[in-house]
Design a protein around this ligand. Structure first.
Ligand code: DQA
Length: 157
């Protein structure tokens, strides 16, 4: 069973209580449970990881780059949160592992918000982007990853 990484960046550990008008009232644990259930339906083992530290996110991308090369991972759904708008290092990490498909996912519509959120350093390295669907966007991103990178998966809806 291939692995899929659901990776969340800074402040997303506060999901559920953090600015609920923007990000909803679902906790990160519930988001992760939704992703694991979606993974199970599609026949993948979902690993969830959240960190407030850029380097920890980079290390996780490197780890999955290696798993991808070994044929053990399909890809990654990544909400880089504020690092989206600041991190050259995360773009370099995705490009650097060379191959790991990363679906960028944002709960809110970053293009309808402050100007500094309109630019993403991650998008040029992303295999796809899901923006503004709320928490269900994570499941949409997972299914999108499967559709694009495992199109013959008989479990696809
Ligand atoms: C976010 C959008 C980012 O601009 C913000 O910094 C976040 C969450 C989203 O999911 O909508 O922390 O990535």
């Amino acid at each position: 069973m291939k692995k899929v990484l659901v990776l969340n960046g800074p402040n997303l550990n506060l999901l559920g209580t953090r600015e609920p008008a923007l990000y909803g009232s679902t906790s990160l644990a519930d988001v992760e449970a939704l992703c694991r259930a979606a993974g199970e339906r599609l026949g993948y083992e979902v690993e969830c990881f959240q960190s407030n530290w850029e380097g920890a996110l980079i290390d996780k991308i490197h780890e999955y780059g290696r798993l991808f090369k070994q044929g053990l991972a399909l890809g990654c759904v990544f909400n880089p949160s504020a690092f989206t708008h600041t991190s050259v290092a995360l773009q370099d990490a995705i490009k650097g592992v060379d191959g790991l498909p990363v679906i960028e996912c944002h709960i809110s519509n970053v293009h309808a918000r402050e100007a500094f959120r309109n630019h993403s350093y991650i998008s040029p390295a992303a295999a796809g982007i899901v923006v503004g669907f709320g928490v269900p966007g994570y499941v949409i991103a997972l299914e999108g990853l499967a559709r694009k990178h495992d199109p013959d998966n008989p479990r696809l809806p």
